[in-house]
Ligand binder design. Structure first.
Ligand code: PLP
Length: 419
């Protein structure tokens, strides 16, 4: 039965899943892991694992330093990885791609470099109530340093960005708008193109937190017209420790370096330094060399499967999850209907702690996340302190969703029998 459903899927998830060692049969005779914590981090296919292994075994040396052949090879591969990212997100220049430790690193770079040099008292930054802490705290710290003010556009009860509320917050004092493309809790897909256009009309610079969108749908930073876009390799089948900040060339050129050290300089004397050109200016120290190669291998994998296909696949799983959870009594799904969201379904069951529920699911081999998912203000807005989150990727199958539904049914019966 499940196979016939799989056959109708936009992609062959069972075949793709076979490429992920961690998702295969387990030694303990238990059924394979149902991994539904992809919004936190994804798993790696053999292709990415092999790329990392080959890299360390045969190609590794420091980059942009040596003149020996291994260093030249390593440097070429590192720059090819940058070009792979450039193509993947449709950037104009490869020097607009800065390798960072992750989305958090990219947003902090903008806050420290652009923010510290541009903002002061009287200036405003417009955020939303649905941001990840990574897109709140760096701006709070910036406000503490510079005296600028933060404003938060409201989220509707349904879990959508309140567009008229957002417009009400936008004014001639707004110097920066930072918004997530997809909420990591609600799955809500925000209208990035409209938001960027309106922000630019108001004269603001725009940062898009694309940590939850780049891995799951095609990205075209020029169509978005965004000034900065940040995302993480580990959420898109790549290694942890590498992420990307895309920045528009003119802005990056004008910004002072953030971290100081090796590689980011053109010349150093005892009296001072002159910064290197882009992108080195923002890559102080030894960069994430092998992780960047691994990220390029992940991009190759995603290109092979196709982002539109991945998006369509996750949409079906999301619809299936909504239907299953809605059939269980007492489950409240947070966020909008499947047609307005990505493959993320968070929910609460009044009277049952999210942590307890997630542990009960884990005992049945279903890995989900429980807690505030680094979005405490959003949970406060929704009137809950924590939620359970199931999030999908290309290797998840309808059977995984069935197993989530069965595990939830069992867990709810158990908890309700106890009380
Ligand atoms: N922004 C969003 C929307 C996220 O979901 C996450 C991670 O969960 C981040 C930013 C931070 O990503 P990282 O921890 O990889 O820097």
């Amino acid at each position: 039965m499940a196979m016939s459903r799989s056959e109708r899927l936009p992609l062959d998830a069972p075949a793709l899943r076979a490429e992920f060692p961690i998702l295969q049969d387990r030694d303990d005779g238990q059924p394979p892991l149902v991994y539904l914590d992809n919004a936190a981090t994804t798993q790696r296919p053999q292709q990415v694992i092999d790329r990392i292994t080959t890299g360390y075994q045969q190609q590794y040396a420091n980059v942009h330093r040596g003149i020996h052949r291994l260093s030249e090879l390593s440097t070429d591969l590192f720059e090819q990885a940058r070009e792979a990212v450039q193509r993947f997100i449709g950037a104009r220049h490869s020097h607009e791609i800065i390798f960072t430790p992750g989305a958090t690193g990219g947003i902090n770079l903008v806050a420290r470099s652009w923010g510290d040099s541009q903002l002061g008292p009287g200036d405003e930054i417009l955020l939303t109530e649905m941001e990840h802490h990574s897109n709140i705290v760096p701006w709070q710290q910036l406000a503490q340093r510079t005296g600028c003010r933060l404003r938060f556009a409201p989220v509707t009860a349904e879990g959508l960005l309140d567009l008229s509320g957002w417009e009400d917050c936008l004014n001639e004092r707004t110097r920066l708008v930072a918004v997530t493309a997809v909420s990591n809790v609600l799955g809500t897909i925000n209208p990035v193109v409209t938001l960027v256009r309106r922000a630019h009309e108001a004269g603001a610079v725009v940062v898009i937190d694309a940590a939850q969108s780049v891995p799951h749908e095609p990205t075209d930073v020029l169509a978005w017209d965004a000034d900065f876009v940040a995302f993480s390799g580990h959420k898109m089948l790549g290694p942890s420790g590498v992420g990307v900040l895309y920045g528009r060339e003119e802005l990056l050129e004008a910004m002072p370096p953030f971290l100081g050290g090796g590689s980011m300089i053109h010349r150093v004397t005892l009296d001072g330094f002159t910064p290197a050109n882009l992108p080195s200016k923002f890559e102080a120290g030894t960069p994430p060399i092998v992780p960047a190669w691994g990220l390029a291998a992940a991009i190759e994998f995603l290109d092979r499967v196709g982002l539109p296909t991945i998006r369509a696949h996750e949409r079906l799983l999301t619809e299936q999850t909504h239907a299953l959870l809605n059939a269980l009594s007492g489950v409240r799904i947070l966020g909008p209907s499947p047609d307005q969201k990505a493959g993320i379904v968070s929910f609460v069951v009044p009277g049952i702690q999210a942590n307890d529920l997630a542990m009960a699911l884990d005992e049945q081999g279903v890995a989900v996340r429980a807690g505030h998912h680094c979005a405490m203000p959003l949970h406060a807005r929704l009137g809950v302190s924590a939620s359970v989150r199931a999030s999908f990727y290309l290797y998840n199958t309808p059977d995984d969703v069935e197993r989530l539904g069965q595990a939830m049914d069992c867990a709810l019966k158990l908890f309700r029998r106890r009380h």
